[in-house]
Design a protein around this ligand. Structure first.
Ligand code: MG
Length: 390
């Protein structure tokens, strides 16, 4: 049985405020959407994960999903319904048996709820998770109660909403054909097409992050949990040197800085990223970067150094570790580093999966002393602190 998941992140997310759409804001150092995608990618029954993103969010999505194995995202439509339809249409060539459609802004989806929805599709063509209503409900269209609603038959519904793939695809196509474009969830599309929709047990934790406050609260909760569960704090250091040769710029922390020379090395010679990689490897007692990526191996020639850093993060991740903070110092007489520090932090933050305020990048000259002072090359020093579970 094949089960695909469509993760819908098409909205601009402007309601949550902040500089970037809420699905890309960080909770516990990771973008909201990454938590959501990882929940589905790691579920043993989910065979394919397709994201639907907003127009202009391609770069945000690429940064948020570095290191994850995903097909290219689909561009969403003008409404939630249209975005969902485009996500489902994107699976038409794969033809999964079942599809789960989930809000990217519900990062706390548990494997248990995903399993519930998949299992219930044995008995129904459409299944959605729901929570019973605990509070008394009143029907009061003009602010004056007309009647008390029987809450026993009322549900708060969540996602993932699960469907037999062929049926929901046909329902979406029919809705568009008949000019029905204002459904707010996929169950409504199924209802319109006459499909019975079953409700299965949802989860209180599976809430939707809608406002800036929701994201802040979630960030605090997740950060506190990540820290409490990882009391083993370790620090590593890394140092790297590269000499100059003729060229048109140096790459440091993934940012190319125009210059009359470049750094010599078998990869892109990003001394800062190499030092940082070694600091992380050092913190977890691993062999250094040269052992994992031998300079003699031609396949690393000209490679972006982010692959080394991602390897260190993968090894840290295998121990369920996280970065607490990283502190880098770059020694260079030229070029000027200061104007590029913000861009460097923006590159490192998604790679290290921490907020930019947990990364420090400093630059200094050596007052023309020694080899660095003679502009023979650049050096970088890094310290990284990680947290591991016991
Ligand atoms: Mg190096």
């Amino acid at each position: 049985m094949s089960v695909a998941a469509v993760i819908v992140a098409g909205g601009s997310g402007l309601r949550a405020g902040g500089e970037i759409p809420k699905q890309y804001q960080l909770i516990g150092g990771k973008p909201v959407i990454r938590w959501t995608l990882e929940a589905f990618l790691s579920h043993p029954l989910v065979t394919h994960v397709q994201a639907v993103i907003g127009t202009g969010h391609e770069q945000l999505f690429a940064e948020a999903t570095q290191g994850l194995t995903l097909p290219p995202p689909v561009s969403g439509g003008a409404s939630r319904q249209e975005s969902c339809r485009l996500g489902v249409e994107a699976l038409a060539s794969i033809k999964p048996d079942r599809v789960l459609i989930h809000d990217a802004a519900r990062p706390f989806i548990s494997p248990h709820v995903i399993s519930n929805v998949i299992a219930e599709l044995d008995r129904a063509d459409a299944v959605i998770p729901g929570l019973p209503v605990a509070d008394t409900m009143k029907f009061a269209p003009d602010g004056v109660i007309e009647r008390t609603v029987d809450r026993g038959s009322m549900w708060f519904v969540q996602t993932p909403q699960g469907f037999i793939f062929d049926k929901i695809l046909a329902a979406h196509r029919r809705a568009v054909r008949e000019g029905q474009t204002n459904f707010t969830d996929d169950a409504a599309v199924a209802e319109f097409a006459g499909m019975p929709v079953r409700i299965t047990a949802g989860d209180q934790a599976n809430r939707k992050l809608t406002t800036a406050h929701d994201v802040r609260v979630a960030d605090k909760e997740v950060s506190a949990r990540l820290f409490v569960e990882r009391p083993d704090v370790r620090t590593g250091q890394g140092i790297d040197f590269h000499v100059f040769e003729k060229g048109d710029g140096v790459t440091l922390c993934g940012v190319k800085i125009p210059h009359t020379e470049k750094l010599k090395g078998h990869s892109d010679a990003d001394a800062a990223m190499h030092a940082l990689t070694d600091a992380i490897l050092g913190a977890i007692g691993e062999a250094d970067i040269g052992k994992h990526f031998p300079p003699s191996d031609p396949q690393w020639k000209g490679a972006p150094s982010s692959i080394f850093l991602l390897k260190a993060m993968e090894l840290l991740g295998a121990r369920k570790g996280i970065i607490a903070n990283a502190d880098l110092t770059i020694l260079a007489e030229a070029p000027k580093i200061g104007p590029h520090i913000a861009a460097m932090k923006a590159v490192l933050s998604p790679l290290l999966q921490v907020a930019a305020d947990r990364i420090a990048i400093k630059a200094t000259t050596t007052e023309e002393m020694g080899a660095i002072g003679r502009k023979e090359g650049i050096a970088a020093f890094a310290v990284a602190t990680v947290r591991l579970p016991l």
